[in-house]
Design a protein around this ligand. Structure first.
Ligand code: PEP
Ligand code: MN
Length: 345
């Protein structure tokens, strides 16, 4: 059940409702917004008597049954798409958002050159890892705080916002000092300690799908963030592991539509990690626009052959610019179908 309290319901009314819900044997998770409190009631058993009680309780606006185990992020709970403001840009709004940049922040020259190039090509958000989750402990692990500082410098120079990965709960505060969006990588999608820490942090989160995770598990991880206080979440399809070896991962393109049915959260497609090969990125990016994803996250490097990580899937600045140019007519169609979809809600 999700109980939406009336705008400006009193603290006593909220507490009374929580108490009554507990008496019915349900656990309570409240989200305190600027104007209203929303309460999630979770548990087993018939909710009908509790719903009837809530209808007659003062301060309650609506109480609805939600069957999905991910309650706050479900479409049942919220029909309208979530829009997330990131500086001047809005993810999930009327603009198709492109995030682009290197896999790893390597040097001032590299990040500045990339930031300027991707901004000129139309990207709104600069990506770049300062903490890198590498399979081998001997590979480049990232510049850490120095990398974050370089990202902040690139933001100052270009006006781009920053999305960057946070690997560990102990680094949440530090990364939040510099980042506009906190990235949770595929390997950490079910790092529940990290999710809880990010729940308390007010920065938006880009939550990447684990490489062996189901869509339901992705949504349960998003629910962790909301249940711990942070509703500003973008989901990211970045390919999953299958028996296929022709691509680095198998892009589950249908996941974008499935997610749109199941959740109100925006969905970002990562055609770089989904394929592992730069030649495949433009066509998959087009597929992402066509299927109605809210944006893309793409790896770009001024000299991919010298990249410290993921060079094979990184586009050059020139090929990225060409891709952005070629995507324009598709993005125009995306805009008109979006207007139609919003009108239909
Ligand atoms: C990345 O964005 O560079 C990254 C490590 O992605 P993923 O977590 O999807 O593998
Ligand atoms: Mn990468």
């Amino acid at each position: 059940m999700i109980i939406s309290m009336k705008k400006f319901a009193t603290k006593e009314e909220v507490e009374h409702v929580c108490e009554r819900i507990r008496e019915f044997g349900f656990k309570v998770h409240s989200i305190v917004g600027d104007e209203r409190v929303v309460i999630g009631a979770v548990g087993v058993g018939d909710v009908t008597p509790c719903l009837e009680m809530l209808e007659a309780t003062s301060g309650v606006e609506t109480a609805v049954r939600i069957s999905a185990p991910y309650k706050f992020v479900s479409r049942e709970f919220q029909r309208e798409a979530t829009r997330i403001k990131v500086n001047g840009a809005e993810v999930g709004g009327d603009e198709f958002i492109v995030m682009a940049g290197p896999c790893s922040v390597e040097s001032e020259k590299q990040i500045m050159e990339t930031a300027e190039g991707v901004a000129a090509a139309g990207a709104r958000i600069l990506r770049g890892g300062a903490f890198k989750p590498r399979t081998s402990p001997y590979e480049f692990q990232g510049l850490e705080r120095d990398g974050l500082k370089l990202l902040a410098k690139a933001r100052e120079a270009t006006g781009l916002s920053i999305v960057t990965e946070v690997l560990s709960e102990k680094d949440v505060e530090m990364v939040a000092e510099y980042a506009n969006i906190m990235q949770v990588g595929a390997r950490n999608m079910q790092n529940f300690a990290l999710l809880k820490a990010l729940g308390k942090c007010q920065r938006p989160v880009l939550l990447k799908r684990g490489m062996s995770s189901t869509i339901k598990e992705l949504l349960m991880s998003a629910e962790y963030l909301v249940a711990h206080g942070n509703p500003n979440i973008m989901l990211c399809e970045r390919g999953i592991r299958t028996f296929e070896t022709a691509t680095r991962n198998t892009c589950d393109i249908a996941a974008v539509s499935v997610l749109h049915e199941l959740t109100h959260l925006p969905v970002i497609l990562d055609p770089s990690h989904a394929t592992g090969r730069r030649s495949l990125v433009p066509s998959l990016a087009r597929a992402g626009v066509a299927i109605g994803a809210e944006g893309l996250i793409v790896e770009v490097h001024p000299c991919p052959e010298k990249a410290f990580s993921d060079g094979a899937q990184s586009m050059t600045l020139e090929t990225f610019r060409d891709m952005m140019r070629d995507l324009k007519p598709y993005i125009e169609l995306w805009k008109s179908s979006r207007v139609a979809a919003t009108a239909a809600v």
